[in-house]
Ligand binder design. Structure first.
Ligand code: FUC
Length: 783
């Protein structure tokens, strides 16, 4: 059967490795589906299942050493300052995101499978596996419903009575299962009270279980069997001679109430599962399926992207990716990667759920890499880079909510660690909203700027939506408290400007005068950029909201005295407040370029010299081996998009796919880490539309690899939705809708010389202004 595979990942064999399995999720529940013909495995996750328990992790001693650390730094004794921080001012690592368990469906009897195929349809969020065994055609569909909060597996066969399966639940964590006479399966388990930090291994050491401290979880499965029978046998169920089977699974932890809580309001996981399963089994599976598709398609279908090229979707996705690595030109695969990023974000972040962590919600290890936590010195932010521009604004909610929660826990950290007002967070965050420094070493752990970076998400959400109520009630109080921390954290530097000390530039190191690698100095470009941003955002917000807060003048005064970014003797942007020799010139983080992207303070209009210095820094970073991890490569795409260098950006789109992508199109840091998927998706959007300078820039950096194409549904700051069409690298038409009545400048300075936009009547590269009534669409045709 020939089918349209434009929005599908598909394979001719089951997954052998986890990175070949396909993800489904509703933001809270996730599964990696292996598609085994004989033994199907669905590896399950629930987004609140973490190790640990709520507790106070502040380091009461930290503040004692702050003054001394500052003095050492201003005496240029950087190594000594760093030692002091490492010994006295750090904290404990975050807890780890946990795997819930596995659902196994074993086919009993029957011969070898042939004509096998599995696919994931991004448009409807349904995963299908089909194969033939003993001349019977079997079909299995899996989806996870957001409206109904259950996972569904539907099994069909084209011969009556042909379905003979055993169904069981297992977990890597301590668990018990029970099977009831009606076929209901229950798995009850317990999470570790603590997991030691572990980057790559997965073994039992360092995993602590303490009765009464770890989280409890439960999964319940309810089968609906048509035309056959079901038996409970020692903890599993046996289904024999069925025509059709629908398995419904619900899972929950005792972490806290969900927004989606059934009305009982009871937090016990067993009650939650029962309520969800009851509601879901009161309706036909076809109704559940329709409700799921309706919900999924409403979000997924908002954006269309066509990057041209010959559609190579007739090739299975793994073979297609392999061909791409070997040099096949496949812009449609690049478009598929973009759509997959949107799919993954919808699957791992929906209103009321936890935000997407380092692996979204998909994790099969008790000791996952970097605890599968929220790494807030780039990674969790990158997860949300595309969220607004690719028209998934509501999927931002879990992140925005977490920022509000961190603003609460982070007050204690600001106060006790640094004697400062406001709130702070560092480079690692977890379910428990840890805001203290982690353990380890200063180069990553000592970074009290995490909270400031996170607040940019509140501001961006405001810019995209123009929602004053959100700004007033949700964003402003958090921004203001972050700004209070920023002004209290600033100190007078040797030249009399306000700077930061101790200051690191995430994970990077310089060489001290003795040639030793060291990370701690003063005034890193990223600190100063983040502080400038938050102070400006608060001052601007207060203006928009008409607030006459006393601190606003304090913020404005600090802005005037802030140490400016500096350019080094070789024309590159300095990463620390003074010129220091780099220890690893090709370091994966490019924190000092924050102002180019995701920030906007380094731009061609207001700071062209800094922009050129940033360009020079970037070039050296890349020549020296930078961009070598998935997310690092994805950052480069976005930076080059902002530098309006479509060709360099495209080079990294290609690298990301060819070098850093698993067969299931998951980003490969290595190992799997989802940020690269999201950063790549954001970057592709950024090449087509930019709005960070208060104008709509159409096709700002279109690469030559995508001469013909179209996009529909991208969002721009100012509450715009934009559709574009281009041919031969030149824009042909644009359709812009504004949610609110507004005016905006328009720029189409690439591939548009001499054309005349029908609606605007201006000749030359068009940079005119357009005005909109609320809801109005303006269509521009370019000849
Ligand atoms: C940061 C990065 C690493 C990794 C980790 C999760 O520490 O420097 O490359 O992505 O986060």
């Amino acid at each position: 059967m020939k089918q349209n595979r434009t929005h599908k990942l598909w394979y001719k064999q089951p997954a052998e490795r986890w990175e070949e399995a396909l993800p489904v999720g509703n933001g809270r529940l996730g599964a990696m589906v292996f598609g085994g013909d004989r033994r199907e495995r669905l590896q399950l996750n629930e987004d609140t299942l973490w190790s640990g328990f709520p507790r106070d992790k502040v380091n009461y001693d930290a503040q004692r050493y702050l003054k001394q650390a500052r003095e050492l730094i201003f005496d240029e004794k950087y190594g000594e300052a760093e030692q002091l921080i490492n010994q006295r001012m750090l904290g404990w690592n975050t807890e780890a995101y946990q795997p819930l368990g596995d659902l196994y469906i074993e086919r009993i009897g029957g011969g070898e499978a042939s004509d096998y195929e599995r696919d994931l349809d991004l448009e409807n969020g349904i995963l299908t596996t089909v194969f033939t065994a003993d001349k019977v055609r079997y079909k299995r569909e899996v989806w996870i419903s957001e409206p109904d909060q259950v996972l569904a597996v539907e099994l069909n066969a084209d011969l009556a009575g042909a379905i003979d399966i055993d169904v069981s639940l297992e977990s890597l964590l301590p668990y018990e299962t029970a099977a009831a006479a009606d076929g209901r399966l229950t798995m009850r388990g317990m999470a570790p009270s603590h997991v030691e930090s572990n980057y790559f291994r997965d073994h039992p050491q360092g995993v602590l279980f303490e009765e009464g401290l770890g989280m409890r979880f439960e999964a319940q499965l309810k089968p609906r069997v048509f035309g056959g029978e079901v038996r409970a046998v020692s903890g599993r169920i046996e289904i024999r001679g069925a025509d059709r089977v629908v398995l419904l699974l619900a899972a929950a932890t005792n972490f806290e109430a969900y927004d989606k809580l059934p009305e009982s309001g009871n937090r016990r996981p067993e009650r939650l599962c029962e309520a969800w399963l009851k509601a879901a089994s009161d309706v036909e599976a076809s109704v559940l399926r329709e409700r799921h598709i309706h919900d999924h398609a409403a979000l997924f279908g908002r954006v269309e992207l066509n990057l041209g090229g010959v559609e190579r979707a007739e090739l299975p996705t793994d073979e297609r990716l392999e061909a791409y690595k070997q040099g096949a030109v496949d812009p449609a695969l690049e478009a598929l990667y973009f759509h997959y990023g949107r799919y993954l974000l919808m699957g791992s972040s929906r209103p009321g759920t936890q935000p997407a962590n380092l692996q979204g919600i998909w994790n099969h290890q008790i000791e996952p890499p970097w605890n599968s936590n929220y790494t807030s010195n780039i990674n969790v932010q990158m997860n949300y880079w595309p969220v607004e521009s690719v028209n998934l604004g509501e999927c931002h909610e879990p992140m925005l909510k977490m920022i509000g929660e961190l603003a609460q826990t982070g007050k204690r950290t600001a106060n006790i660690h640094y004697g400062a007002r406001g709130w702070t967070a560092h480079h690692n965050v977890d379910l428990w909203r840890m805001t203290t420094p982690s353990g380890g070493e200063a180069s990553w752990a000592f970074w009290p700027m995490g909270g400031l970076w996170l607040t940019s998400h509140l501001w961006e959400h405001y810019l995209f939506t123009g929602d004053d109520k959100f700004l007033r009630e949700e964003a402003y109080p958090i921004l203001r408290e972050a700004a209070l921390f920023a002004v209290d954290w600033l100190v007078e530097g040797p030249d009399g400007t306000l700077t930061t000390a101790p200051s690191t530039s995430p994970e990077n190191k310089f060489r001290t005068a003795d040639g030793e690698p060291c990370s701690t100095a003063f005034g890193s470009a990223m600190d100063l950029t983040l502080i400038r941003d938050v102070l400006e955002h608060v001052v601007e917000s207060a203006g928009i909201l008409g607030l006459a807060e006393s601190e606003v003048s304090e913020f404005a005064a600090a802005l005037k005295r802030l140490q400016p970014l500096r350019i080094g003797s070789d024309g590159r942007l300095l990463e620390w407040g003074t010129e220091l020799e780099e220890h690893e010139p090709g370091h994966r983080h490019v924190s000092h370029l924050y102002g180019v992207y995701p920030g906007r303070s380094i731009n061609r209009e207001e700071s062209p010299e800094l922009l050129e210095a940033a360009r020079a820094s970037l070039a050296v970073r890349i020549e020296s081996g930078g961009g070598h991890t998935g997310w690092s490569c994805a950052w480069l795409i976005n930076l080059y998009a902002r530098l309006l260098d479509g060709e360099s950006a495209y080079r990294f789109v290609h690298t990301l796919l060819a070098r850093s992508t698993h067969p299931n199109l998951f980003d490969d840091h290595p190992p799997f880490q989802i940020d690269g998927n999201f950063g790549g998706t954001a970057g592709i959007a950024e090449l087509l539309l930019q709005s960070h300078l208060g104008e709509l820039h159409l096709l700002p950096a279109l690469p030559e690899a995508w001469p013909d194409g179209s996009v529909r549904g991208l969002r721009a700051r100012g509450s715009f939705t934009v559709a574009l069409e281009w041919r031969g690298g030149r824009i042909r038409s644009a359709e812009i809708t504004a949610d609110r009545s507004t005016a905006v400048r328009l720029r189409t300075d690439r591939a548009f010389e001499g054309a005349l936009p029908a609606a605007a009547g201006e000749a030359g590269a068009f940079t005119g202004a357009l005005t909109f009534a609320a809801g109005q669409t303006v269509r521009l045709a370019f000849e």
